[in-house]
Design a protein around this ligand. Structure first.
Ligand SMILES: [Zn+2]
Length: 875
C-alpha cells in the first residue's frame, strides 16, 4: 500500500493514543482453504447481493460456534454443507452456531447469503453527481488493513491464507477485474458475468474487484499478460505512467530471486481512491491522480516509484505475507526500498542515494515532529495507525543497512532465501533474521534490536582537527541524542547506538580548491572503520599527509543525522571533491551554518558546477539559509539550471529571501510560466509570499492578486498543480480579505477536486491573519465541509483546522474524530486538536516577543550583509 504524506509540525508525542492496547491474531478454529464470492452489482442503486462460500478445515473436534468478521452487511441466510444454521449478528461479528460440532480435518462449506446497500467502506461506488456530472461510474474495493469485512464476511486477519474465486455480475458495458485469472465470461441479457480464480493462497485483505468502463492496454512479460486499465481517453497517459512495468517485472524477478508468481499483472487506475496504490494480489489499484501527461512526466518521478512500489509488493506482501500488522514493515519497508533499487537500476547510483536521503528525511521529520516508536509494535488503537513513516521509510533504511552490513552479494542471497523459503506462507520479523542467518551465517540481531525493536536513530556530531607535528587526524564523535554521559556505554537502555562506521580521508590530487573540474576521478579516499558506541569518542588516525577533506560514514549507509564541525577549508573541499553526493550535501549544510561570504561563494559555485542535480537543488536551499543578501546573485544564476527540480528549489529559496530583488526574479516566472508545472506553481506561491512581507509597498499585494486571479481563470491543467500553487499563494496574503474571498470561491462543490482540496487546506493558513468576522466565516465553511464523507475532503479539512489558532477549531475537529469512519482521519484530527491547543495555550506576550525577535533577526541579517561587503572591499 502507498499511504498519503501528512504535514505535521507538533512536538513529539507518544505514538500510543488513549485507548491503545495490545493486538494479537485471534485463535484459529480451522484453516480457511477457499473463499468464493458470487456477487451481482446494481450500479444505479449502489447495492449488491450474493453469497460468500468459505471452505474451512477445522483444527480440532467439537467447535460449536464460528465467529466471522462482517460489518454492516445484511445477512440473509447461513448454511453449512447445504443445511441452514442458526446465527447471531450484531453488525460487526457473525456467530454461526453449528448444528453439528466440527470434526478435525473434516472440511465444511460455510455459505452465507447477504446483501449490502450503499456501503460506506470496503466497497466503494463512484458515480456522477449534479456538481460533478463527468465523474465516471466505477466500483472498487480496498481491504487493507481490516476493511474486507465491510464487503464480505470473513476471518479477516492476514494470518489466514486461502485460494479465492470471485464471480461478478455487472451491467454492460462495464468490465470487472479481480485477482488471478479470468476463467469464464458470459452474457446474461444486458449484464455480463466475469469469473476470476486465484489459485495461489493469499489473505482476505488482498482480495479485490474493480469495475468500470475502462480502456484496456495490453503488455506482456515472458508470456504473462500485463494490463493497464484507465478511463477512456487516458491511454497515452497510461503508457507513459505504467509502460515500464514489464521491465520492472524482469528486474524484481531477478532482484528477489523468484519469478513473478501470479498468472497476470493488472493495474487499474480508479477515481477517488483513498490511498496512492494498493497491491491486491495480481491486481494493483492506483489512484488516477498518478497518471502523467507529457509535461508532468518532465519532473514527476513519484508515479514511476509508485508503480515500482506496488509491483514489489507482489513478492513482499502477496507472495510472502505478513502474519500480523505489527510486522508490516517487512513488506512496506521492502516496497519502499524497492523504489530505491529501481531508481538505482534505471537512473544510477547518485539518483538512488539522493532518493534514499529523501526517504530518510521523511522518517526523520515524523520522528522529530510527531512521535517516536519501535518499528515493530503490537500496541495501537487501529492497525492503520502503524502505516506511518516509521513503517515505510525507516523500514526501507533498515533494509539498506542490512545490505551495507552484509555486502551486496550476501544481502541478495539472504533476500532470495527469505522469499524462496517463505513463498505462499506468512512471516514475522524473526523469519527475516533466520533467512539471513541461513543464507549468510550472520546474526543481525544487534541491528534489529537497535533499529527495529526500539525507536530512534543516532544523532552524530563530528569534529575534526589536524596535528601537523605528528601527522595525526583527530576525529571526535558525539552521539548527541543522549543528553549526558552518566548512563555509561550500555547501549540497550541508554539510547546510545553501537555501530561500526567507516571514516574516509580524502586527498584531492591537484590541490587547487578553486577549480572544480574532474571530481571523483581525481579524489582518493583512505578508509578506516571504527566502532562507535559511547556518547563521546575520540579517534586518532596516522596519515602520511594532511587530508583535503573528511568523509564520515563513507557511503552514508547508516540511518542517522549528522552535524559536521570541520574547519571551513575541509568543508569547502568536501563539497567540491567528495565523490558521494550525500556527503557533499552534508558539507553544504555545515558550510551554510558557518555562514559568511566564503560560504556563499563556495555554495554559489557548487550551484553552478556540481555535476549532480540533487546536490545543486540542496545547495540552493542552503544558500537561502545563509541569510546574507549576497546569496541572491548565486541563486539568480540557478534559475537557468537545465534541471527542473533545481529550478524549483531555487524558486523556493528565492521565495524565502523575501526581498524586492527576489520579487523581481519570481514575477516573470509566475507570469510566463516554466516548462515544469511544479516550478511554475512554486513561483506563483513564492511571489505571493514575498509580496505579503513587502509592507512598504501595498500596491504589490494588489498586483499579485490581479495576477493570481488571471492564473485561476486561465491555467487549469494536469492535477490542477498550477492553480493549486496560486491558491497556496493566496493563503500567504494572510490579512487580505480579497484573498480569502477568492479561496472561499474555490471551496464550493463543483470545483475540480484537486483545486478544491487545495482551497480547503488554504483556509487554515490564511485564518491566522484575518479579523474575527472573517475567521467566523472560515469556521462556518470548514464545519460544513467536515460533514462531507469523502476521505480526501476530510483530510484537507483536518489539515486546515490544525493550522488555526482558535479554540473553535477544536470542537469541529473533535466532532469529525468522533464521526469519521476512517482511522487515519480520526488520528489526524486528534493530533490536530493537540496542536491547536498547544498554539492557543501560548501566552500572547510570548508571541509578541517572538515577533520582535523575528524583526531583530531580519535587521541583523541586513547589518551582517553590509558588514560582509565592507570587509570584502577592505581586503
Ligand atoms: Zn506499500
Amino acid at each position: 500500500m502507498q499511504n498519503f504524506y501528512f504535514d505535521d509540525d507538533n512536538g513529539r508525542k507518544s505514538f500510543e493514543l488513549p485507548g491503545a492496547r495490545p493486538h494479537y491474531n485471534p485463535d484459529r478454529p480451522g484453516q480457511v482453504e477457499h473463499i468464493f464470492l458470487d456477487l451481482a452489482l446494481d450500479l444505479p442503486t449502489q447495492s449488491y447481493c450474493g453469497s460468500c462460500t468459505t471452505r474451512i478445515t477445522p483444527v480440532c473436534n467439537g467447535i460449536e460456534t464460528l465467529m466471522l468478521d462482517a460489518v454492516n452487511l445484511h445477512i440473509d441466510s447461513v448454511q453449512v454443507n447445504n443445511l441452514n444454521q442458526a446465527f447471531d449478528y450484531d453488525d460487526e461479528r457473525l456467530s454461526v452456531h453449528l448444528s453439528q460440532p466440527t470434526q478435525a480435518h473434516q472440511s465444511i462449506e460455510l455459505r452465507i447469503e447477504y446483501h449490502v446497500e450503499q456501503p460506506q467502506r470496503g466497497l466503494y461506488f463512484i458515480a456522477p453527481t449534479p456538481d460533478y456530472p463527468h465523474k465516471p461510474v466505477q466500483v472498487w474495493t480496498q481491504g487493507e488493513d481490516e476493511d474486507s469485512r465491510y464487503w464480505f464476511p470473513c476471518f479477516d486477519y492476514p494470518g489466514q491464507l486461502a485460494t479465492s474465486e470471485i464471480r461478478l455480475r455487472v451491467p454492460k458495458p462495464y468490465v470487472a477485474i479481480s485477482n488471478g485469472e479470468l476463467i469464464a465470461t458470459h452474457d446474461e441479457g444486458d449484464a455480463k458475468i466475469y469469473h476470476w480464480l486465484q489459485k495461489q493462497v493469499h489473505p482476505t485483505y488482498l482480495m479485490a474487484i474493480a469495475v468500470g468502463d475502462f480502456a484496456e492496454l495490453r503488455d506482456d512479460w515472458q508470456g504473462i499478460p500485463v494490463t493497464y486499465y484507465v478511463e477512456k481517453g487516458r491511454e497515452a497517459d497510461a503508457r507513459r505512467t505504467m509502460g515500464k512495468t514489464p521491465e520492472m517485472l524482469e528486474f524484481f524477478s531477478q532482484t528477489f530471486g523468484y519469478a513473478y508468481p501470479f498468472p497476470k499483472y493488472a493495474q487499474v487506475c480508479v477515481e477517488d481512491f483513498i490511498f496512492g496504490g494498493m497491491e491486491n494480489t495480481s491486481t494493483t489499484l492506483l489512484t488516477d491522480r498518478c497518471l502523467l501527461d507529457e509535461r508532468a512526466a518532465l519532473d514527476n518521478r513519484a508515479a514511476e516509484a509508485l508503480v515500482a512500489h506496488e509491483l514489489a509488493h507482489q513478492w513482499f506482501g502477496d507472495l510472502v505475507v505478513i502474519k500480523h500488522w505489527s510486522h508490516a514493515w517487512i513488506k512496506e519497508g521492502m516496497a519502499t526500498y524497492s523504489e530505491v533499487l529501481w531508481t538505482d537500476h534505471q537512473y544510477g547510483a547518485e539518483e538512488a542515494a539522493y532518493y534514499r536521503l529523501n526517504e530518510t528525511r521523511n522518517y526523520l521529520s515524523e520522528d522529530a515532529s510527531r512521535y517516536r516508536r519501535p518499528i515493530v509494535t503490537h500496541i495501537y488503537r487501529e492497525a492503520i495507525e502503524l502505516y506511518d513513516r516509521h513503517l515505510y521509510e525507516k523500514g526501507a533504511c533498515v533494509y539498506h543497512m542490512i545490505r551495507a552490513v552484509l555486502g551486496d552479494e550476501l544481502f541478495f542471497k539472504a533476500i532470495h532465501t527469505f522469499v524462496q523459503d517463505n513463498a505462499h506462507k506468512t512471516v514475522e520479523t524473526v523469519d527475516l533474521l533466520r533467512a539471513i542467518d541461513k543464507a549468510t551465517g550472520r546474526n543481525l540481531q544487534f541491528l534489529f534490536d537497535q533499529f527495529v525493536f526500539r525507536g530512534g536513530h543516532p544523532d552524530y556530531k563530528v569534529a575534526y582537527s589536524w596535528d601537523s607535528d605528528s601527522n595525526l587526524a583527530k576525529i571526535t564523535v558525539t552521539q548527541t541524542q543522549v543528553k549526558d554521559s552518566k548512563n555509561g556505554s550500555s547501549s540497550s537502555n541508554s539510547g546510545l547506538f553501537d555501530l561500526k562506521i567507516p571514516i574516509g580521508f580524502g586527498k584531492h590530487e591537484n590541490g587547487d580548491l578553486h577549480t572544480n573540474q574532474i571530481r571523483s576521478s581525481s579524489s582518493s579516499l583512505q578508509c578506516f572503520t571504527v566502532r562507535i558506541h559511547e556518547r563521546e569518542q575520540t579517534f586518532y588516525f596516522p596519515l602520511t599527509e594532511k587530508p583535503t577533506f573528511i568523509s564520515f560514514d563513507v557511503g552514508n549507509h547508516t540511518l542517522k543525522t549528522v552535524v559536521l564541525e570541520y574547519p571551513i577549508a575541509e568543508l569547502k573541499a568536501q563539497l567540491q571533491h567528495d565523490p558521494d553526493p550525500i556527503s557533499r550535501i552534508y558539507a553544504a549544510e555545515a558550510l551554510a551554518k558557518k555562514g559568511g561570504l566564503e560560504a556563499v561563494k563556495t555554495l554559489s559555485a557548487a550551484l553552478k558546477e556540481d555535476p549532480f542535480w540533487g546536490v545543486r537543488a540542496e545547495v540552493a536551499k542552503q544558500l537561502a539559509a545563509v541569510k546574507l543578501d549576497q546569496a541572491l546573485d548565486g541563486l539568480l544564476a540557478g534559475l537557468s539550471d537545465p534541471h527542473p527540480k533545481v529550478r524549483r528549489s531555487v524558486v523556493e529559496a528565492l521565495s524565502g529571501l523575501k526581498t524586492a530583488a527576489s520579487y523581481a526574479a519570481l514575477k516573470p516566472i509566475a507570469e510566463q510560466g516554466d516548462a515544469s508545472y511544479y516550478v511554475e506553481a512554486a513561483a506563483i506561491t513564492g511571489l505571493c509570499a514575498v509580496a505579503s512581507i513587502q509592507l512598504d509597498n501595498p500596491s504589490q499585494e494588489e498586483e499579485v492578486l490581479t495576477l493570481v486571479r488571471s492564473i485561476l481563470q486561465t491555467r487549469s491543467g494536469w492535477n490542477e498543480t498550477v492553480r493549486s500553487g496560486a491558491i497556496s499563494g493566496l493563503s500567504k496574503l494572510k490579512t487580505s480579505e480579497a484573498a480569502l474571498n477568492l479561496i472561499l470561491e474555490y471551496t464550493v462543490s463543483g470545483t475540480p477536486q484537486a483545486l478544491r482540496l487545495a482551497a480547503i487546506r488554504a483556509l487554515g493558513a490564511i485564518s491566522t491573519g484575518q479579523n474575527n468576522v472573517n475567521l467566523e466565516r472560515i469556521l462556518v465553511r470548514l464545519e460544513e465541509l467536515s460533514r462531507e464523507s469523502l476521505f480526501l475532503t476530510q483530510v484537507s479539512v483536518v489539515t486546515a483546522l490544525g493550522q488555526m489558532e482558535t479554540s473553535k477549531a477544536i470542537g469541529i475537529l473533535q466532532a469529525l474524530a468522533d464521526q469519521t469512519p476512517d482511522g487515519r482521519v480520526r488520528r489526524l484530527a486528534e493530533e490536530a486538536v493537540q496542536r491547536v491547543q498547544k498554539r492557543i495555550g501560548k501566552d500572547q506576550a510570548v508571541k509578541k516577543l517572538q515577533d520582535e525577535l523575528e524583526q531583530l533577526k531580519k535587521d541583523n541579517q541586513e547589518l551582517k550583509s553590509r558588514l560582509e561587503t565592507l570587509e570584502a572591499k577592505s581586503k
